[in-house]
Design a protein. Structure first.
Length: 406
């Protein structure tokens, strides 16, 4: 197959596959989980535990996946992700025993590492170089539509044909649509080193060098802490808002603001902050989260306060995805972006797996939302401090200055 004539064709191809992949591999589960539990009579812990295991597997596989992306490019790696996603979903659709159920989610976990944002970002990075941030921003704008498309689509399919046929359809879509689109990606889109230098890239660090750098670990913890908060709130936000005294309808209405605000935040980043260094953008989005959590903790009984929280929270999380995709190449170079970005995101995927379970423990210990919100606020403050320490480090500061526009 021929290489796309324009690097933007890569973004358009990946826009389709990211919406399908996020929608079917991640978002669809929350719609059908109840029906799975009802059919088998399994405990909630078993049904959701397998999904958490898939996120854990994805985190563990993220670094080797990134290394493969650096070496072979997106065509074969993301194509393999589509094969595993299709196979995992088809196995899930035909499962009857816990062993099969867990095996299906393990396959899906590996597929996530090979086919979701980190793999797509690495693929874009190989092609765009100077414009990689713009490509990542546009891709996340499309990716933000995954829940908007797949929550109602999954609900409609599940109501019409059941969860098994729903996953069967999604598995076939991965094999019939995502796989061919991924095979249209370039085999290798590396440009000559001189071209990268001309783009003003930082010195290229190897994965081993990055892992020895304190900046890497500060950033990894900062991003992981934010993922932990997002994961915990995704599972517990609506019940938490109800504990403040709001009706289920008001809680759902407020929570529904988060998705559109993620997209609005990404549009704002593309429009108003495209010439601002990603480190400065990161300061804003990391700072918004503790402010939002503090407002919810102190004023959660007021409808205006929970709406403000969901708006700030959505904007912060939406832009943070772009920052996470661009910071590794800004600080560590482009040559080994896939491996370094994968290693940096690995702890975050593990945090995503543990977030709902750890939050549930705090909810069980204290029925009012104060304890959990206090813990999440503390985590957000530590996350902000780690991020600021990372970009203020001696090497990070030098790179920060070098990356300023103009």
């Amino acid at each position: 197959m021929q290489r796309p004539a324009s690097p933007w064709k890569i973004v358009y191809l990946l826009a389709v596959t990211q919406v399908v992949s996020w929608g079917s591999l991640y978002y669809a589960f929350s719609i059908v989980a109840h029906d799975i539990r009802q059919e088998f009579g399994w405990s909630t812990e078993l049904v959701f535990g397998a999904f958490s295991l898939s996120l854990l597997v994805s985190g563990l596989a993220s670094t080797p996946a990134g290394m493969l992306l650096d070496r072979f490019g997106g065509r074969w790696v993301m194509g393999a992700g589509s094969l595993l996603a299709g196979g995992g979903l088809l196995l899930l659709a035909t499962t009857h025993e816990p062993v099969q159920y867990f095996a299906a989610w393990i396959l899906i976990g590996v597929a996530m590492a090979l086919a979701l944002y980190d793999a797509a970002f690495a693929t874009i990075n190989r092609e765009f170089f100077a414009d990689a941030r713009k490509g990542i921003s546009v891709l996340t704008l499309f990716g933000g539509l995954a829940s908007t498309v797949f929550w109602p689509l999954t609900l409609k399919l599940n109501t019409a044909v059941g969860w098994r046929d729903t996953f069967m359809v999604f598995g076939i879509v991965h094999l019939a649509l995502c796989l061919p689109l991924h095979l249209l990606l370039p085999v290798s889109a590396r440009r000559p080193r001189a071209a990268a230098d001309a783009a003003g890239a930082a010195r290229d660090y190897t994965l081993r060098e990055a892992l020895r750098d304190a900046t890497f670990w500060k950033l990894a913890f900062a991003f992981s802490a934010n993922v932990f908060i997002f994961s915990a709130l995704s599972a517990h936000l609506i019940p938490m808002l109800q504990r403040f005294g709001h009706s289920a309808g008001i809680a759902v209405l407020a929570a529904s603001l988060i998705g559109p605000m993620q997209v609005a935040g990404r549009l704002g980043e593309m429009t108003f902050a495209r010439h601002v260094a990603p480190q400065n953008v990161g300061k804003v989005v990391f700072g918004l989260l503790p402010v939002a959590l503090l407002a919810l903790t102190a004023l959660g009984e007021f409808q205006l306060a929970i709406a403000a929280f969901c708006i700030l929270y959505g904007v912060s999380n939406g832009i943070l995805t772009i920052v996470r995709g661009t910071i590794p190449q800004t600080l560590f170079g482009r040559e080994h972006y896939g491996a370094i970005s994968g290693a940096m995101s690995g702890p975050g995927l593990i945090a995503k797996a543990g977030g709902p379970l750890i939050a549930a423990a705090f909810v069980g210990a204290h029925q009012t939302p104060t304890l959990l919100l206090g813990v999440l606020f503390a985590v957000s403050v530590v996350s902000l401090l780690c991020y600021l320490a990372a970009i203020r480090s001696e090497r990070g500061g030098e790179m920060f200055e070098a990356s300023e526009p103009g």
